[in-house]
Design a protein around this ligand. Structure first.
Ligand code: GCO
Ligand code: MG
Length: 406
């Protein structure tokens, strides 16, 4: 392999939703791809890469993944944060992709080889009301899923984040437009409604189906403790993001009052965001996302710390990060002992066309495939047909008009 990076390019494309991809090319023409997508703040990461990191990469040795990571992280003065860490994450992923291609091995082999045959996946089912949700779960079960995240509408609220408006399995899309849509949120209504919904799902599908539920950071620790306790009879696989978790110590209160398994961390960017959650075992699953937490090199550190405390890895993998990120997550998953489950929503067919990939789904599980590197390409001609379009997740307000946490 040539010992220098010849060029690096940032590709922004919007085949239905925005994706930012870093493409690194070596002197001998080896190509590596990294996902750099940060939903709703895509262009900030594109600029960070184009304006600040790409000039530093030209001429560097692509084999020195760890040194490049340390150079970009320690050398920046301004550390952490989603924009910085997504940009570093994209570089890291692309360099692992190149290393795999140069070695003619899938990345999971470079990480120590497979510790499992396939990676358990969970998918999403949503419905505006309980009957529609039960139908949506049924469709997912028919597709072979063993684990399903269930989200539903709440009485008196017109829309609820995470619930598709038309009742299909579709994702909670960021809406195109210059400003986010606004929704109403009512914690009391939600907390009174959701136990009955989970009871109905459990009753209909029996004990074996893994059920997950995402609270999207909307509760106080006291509310979270109460909700967790009220959901205990339904044997959840996990309850996700009960509080904003910026104050990690507050999770102690939740833990003292409920044994519902807790998953947190999709918005975290580094091991420092979850150090206390892990070392005090205030969570059961760490959700750090490969791209947003500094790439393969850094999530491996987070997951290794988690392993010491019997906290399992369960990375974020929504359809608003690209198939390049999903592939990276699956390589880590196949090679990491304390990896429990991978979120997998699937992509619209057009996204799969823009990013042809070697990973595959079968019978509720995923496998990264055996193509060298990460096993994902980008069809640049097709990508160029779909230019960036501003799109934002909705924001929520309470009945008095004040903003509600994401
Ligand atoms: C999940 C997440 C997503 C995020 C989204 C933000 O668990 O999949 O909560 O739905 O909200 O990825 O961009
Ligand atoms: Mg989530």
């Amino acid at each position: 392999m040539s010992l220098t990076i010849r060029e690096a390019e940032v590709i922004v494309t919007s085949p239905g939703r925005n994706f930012v991809t870093l493409k690194i090319v070596t002197e001998d023409g080896q190509v590596g791809l990294g996902d750099a997508t940060l939903n709703g703040r895509e262009l900030a990461v594109a600029s960070y890469l184009r304006d600040h990191l790409v000039p530093l990469l030209i001429g560097r040795d692509p084999q020195r993944i760890e040194d490049t990571w340390q150079y970009l992280y320690r050398g920046a003065y301004w550390r952490r944060g989603p924009v910085t860490m997504a940009a570093i994450g994209a570089v890291d992923m692309a360099l692992w992709d190149i290393k795999g291609k140069a070695a003619n091995m899938p990345v999971y082999q470079l990480l120590g080889g497979a510790v499992r045959d396939r990676v358990l996946a969970y998918t999403h089912a949503t419905g505006p009301d309980t009957p529609a949700l039960l139908d949506a779960v049924e469709r997912r079960v028919q597709q072979g899923y063993k684990a399903v995240r269930v989200q539903t509408g709440v009485p008196t609220l017109d829309t609820v984040y995470g619930v598709s408006k038309n009742g299909t399995a579709g994702y909670e899309p960021a809406e195109r437009g210059a400003r986010p849509a606004e929704e109403l949120w009512d914690t009391g209504q939600y907390m009174r409604h959701i136990p009955g919904v989970l009871a109905a799902v459990r009753e209909r599908f029996g004990a074996d189906l893994h059920l997950l539920h995402d609270v999207h950071h909307r509760l106080t620790p006291t509310q979270a403790a109460r909700l967790g306790r009220s959901l205990e009879p339904f044997d959840l696989f996990w309850l996700e993001d009960v509080t904003p978790a910026e104050n990690q110590a507050l999770l102690r209160q939740v833990r003292e009052h409920t044994t519902v398994p807790l998953a947190i961390g999709e918005v975290f960017n580094s091991v420092w965001d979850c150090q206390q959650l892990i070392t005090e075992r205030l969570i059961d699953y760490i959700r750090a996302c490969v791209v947003h937490a500094g790439g393969i090199s850094h999530v491996r550190r987070i997951f290794a710390l988690a392993d010491l405390y019997q906290v399992a890895a369960a990375p974020h993998g929504p359809s608003d990060v690209s198939p390049v990120n999903l592939a990276a997550s699956l390589h880590v998953g196949l090679a990491t002992h304390n990896f429990a489950i991978q979120e997998f929503m699937g992509y619209e067919p057009l996204v799969d066309e823009v990013f042809p990939h070697a990973y595959r789904y079968a019978d509720g599980h995923l496998h990264p495939g055996d193509a060298p590197g990460l096993g994902v390409q980008i069809d640049e001609a097709l990508a160029a047909k779909y230019p960036y379009a501003p799109a934002y997740l909705p924001v929520a307000r309470l009945r008095d008009g004040s903003m509600k946490d994401w």
